[in-house]
Design a binder for this molecule. Structure first.
Ligand SMILES: Nc1nc2c(c(=O)[nH]1)N[C@H]1C(S)=C(S)[C@@H](COP(=O)(O)O)O[C@H]1N2
Ligand SMILES: [Mo]
Length: 529
């Protein structure tokens, strides 16, 4: 036997080990998904490990992920987890060729990681959440043990006889591998099927939900809120285009029939639990409100405006006996909790000061989409989403800012976060090449609760010039603006700034999104050819 052929046989043997490892990992994940599908889909291993990673990611990294991958951030994370898993599976598979027990034990260790992640998630419902990871790990360990025992190396002194034995053993390995792959594929598919079926009740409950007419319809939006400039944002963001920011790797599918909302805590004289029908039987209000994410960079996309339908939250709180701090109430923080364990804290004073804080059931004329919080979410005009806009809400607890830090505050974001005045250029696009002559520069500006009274545009280092403002819809919505620019050939920087209803000019001071929202002027560089 030459050195080269011995090297080759070692290599092909290692390839069998790698294949065994990958198949074991595949079997582990498939069995875990099957068990999760039967027990509780959100307890699937990739979901719980991904969720645990999200929970532990430093705010700066999370902000980077949102900025870089946008709404694909979760897909990137899941892909990353699977890629890391595959690498480790290959290593364990090769290890198992010489140390079968150690390889199998390595797979079991991954089960432990899955169990720890599952139980640490804020929405963990108890020991049952460990089941998918345990079952997957056992299946994976057994698979690796059996496959490794069949991956017999080609004997170094293989004569005619030896070749025969090696060929036979390789066939037996490949047969076992094929059976494993087929079984795992079926288990995975079955798991997906059960997961899908569990969501069907929720889907049906949404499909059959008929939204009542509002007792208080949205004030008419003036005809002039929508400018005609090409490339400008729509005044009302369609649900399908509305940005989505949350920590949910699987979107909660809540059945409206079994959904409950509990209101309790400090200063709640009459704690209550509501069904959806009870909420829908109350007088509903309909309002146009622009929602903004604190992770929105200057000029960024994480803002949207919709027509929301819902129950005035302050009325429910008053009925429960809650008083705002300014009237002697003992609770200054309202903590909203979602079915997936997210917590968001809002100032009780803001929720009860007369603004249209609502428990929304409708978005642009239809029941809330699952992505946006079906069946009920909270909204408080003027506050960033992470301190107000709890999706899939199920619990409202009155407490104090001293006593409790919600999810994002534990991760170094500010306790209180009113939306900062901002203006954004939507057209022309960055590095665009508009033709010389009249160019329409246009965009949106927002200062929810305060309104926008002025927008100014500056070309290069020139003087600030007033932009034309679209009609002002309610104060809680963004406002469009446009400016006719006589563009000369060359490279130009267009900068915009807004003034809000209190007379304050938007600050030039650049701030990062952490801890309480980005600030600074948006500018766009274009080349006029
Ligand atoms: N349950 C839950 N609610 C949540 C969040 C979340 O992660 N989980 N994210 C909040 C944040 S940071 C924002 S900006 C808004 C975004 O709402 P949208 O996805 O409907 O645009 O939801 C808020 N409500
Ligand atoms: Mo957000």
């Amino acid at each position: 036997m030459t050195a080269v052929s011995s090297f080759r046989s070692t290599l092909s043997h290692a390839a069998l080990g790698a294949l065994a490892g990958l198949l074991a990992a595949f079997a582990a994940l498939a069995v875990a998904e099957l068990v999760a599908g039967l027990v509780r889909p959100p307890a699937g291993p990739v979901t719980v490990v991904g969720g645990a990673v999200i929970d532990r990611t430093p705010a700066a990294v999370k902000d980077f992920a949102i900025r870089t991958f946008g709404e694909d951030d979760k897909a990137v994370l899941q892909l990353g987890i699977v890629a890391v898993l595959a690498l480790i599976a290959v290593a364990l598979g090769i290890l198992a060729l010489s140390h079968r027990r150690a390889g199998a034990a390595g797979v079991l260790l991954f089960g432990v990681a899955g169990v720890v992640s599952a139980l640490s998630r804020p929405d963990s419902t108890g020991a049952g959440d460990a089941l998918p990871s345990v079952a997957g790990a056992v299946a994976g360990a057994l698979t690796l043990y059996v496959l490794a025992s069949k991956a017999v190396p080609v004997p170094a002194d293989a004569g005619a006889d030896g070749e025969g034995t090696a060929g036979w053993s390789r066939r037996s390995f490949l047969a076992a591998a094929g059976v494993t792959a087929a079984a795992a594929t079926s288990a995975g598919a079955l798991g997906r099927f059960f997961t899908g079926r569990q969501g069907q009740g929720a889907v049906a409950s949404r499909a059959s939900l008929i939204l009542p007419a509002p007792a208080s319809p949205a004030p008419a939006v003036p005809a002039g809120v929508q400018l005609k400039a090409p490339g400008i944002t729509a005044f009302t963001t369609p649900n399908s285009d509305f940005y989505r920011v949350d920590t949910a790797l699987t979107v909660p599918k809540v059945d409206a029939g079994s959904w409950r909302l509990r209101i309790h805590g400090r200063g709640v004289a009459r704690p209550r639990t509501y069904t959806l029908d009870q909420l829908l039987a109350r007088p509903l209000i309909e309002r146009d409100i622009t929602l903004t994410c604190v992770s929105n960079e200057v000029g960024g996309p994480y803002i949207g405006n919709a027509r929301w339908l819902g129950v005035p939250l302050a009325d429910l709180l008053k009925e429960a006996g809650v008083r705002p701090p300014s009237e002697g109430g003992t609770a200054d923080q309202l903590v909203a909790r979602s079915v997936d364990g997210m917590t968001l804290g809002s100032p009780v004073e803001d929720v009860m000061d007369g603004r249209d804080a609502i428990l929304a059931v409708g978005m642009n004329g239809e029941p809330l989409p699952f992505d946006h919080g079906f069946p009920v979410r909270m909204l408080v005009p003027g506050l960033y989403g992470y301190v107000s806009a709890c999706k899939w809400i199920t619990d409202i607890e009155l407490t104090t800012f001293d006593a409790y830090d919600p999810y994002w505050v534990k991760r170094n974001w500010a306790r209180r976060a009113p939306i900062k005045t901002q203006a954004r250029i939507d057209t022309p696009k960055p590095f665009g090449r508009p033709a010389a002559g009249t160019v329409t520069v246009a965009g949106v500006a927002w200062a929810q609760r305060r309104g926008i009274t002025r927008v100014e545009v500056r070309i290069d280092e020139g003087p600030w010039q007033d932009a034309d403002l679209a009609a002002q819809a309610p104060l809680d919505t963004w406002r469009q603006w446009s400016y006719r620019w006589n563009a000369a050939t060359g490279g130009h920087t267009i900068t915009v700034r807004a003034t809000d209803g209190t007379g304050l000019v938007q600050t030039e001071q650049r701030a990062r999104t952490i801890p309480d929202g980005a600030s600074g002027w948006h500018s766009v560089f274009v080349t006029v050819p």
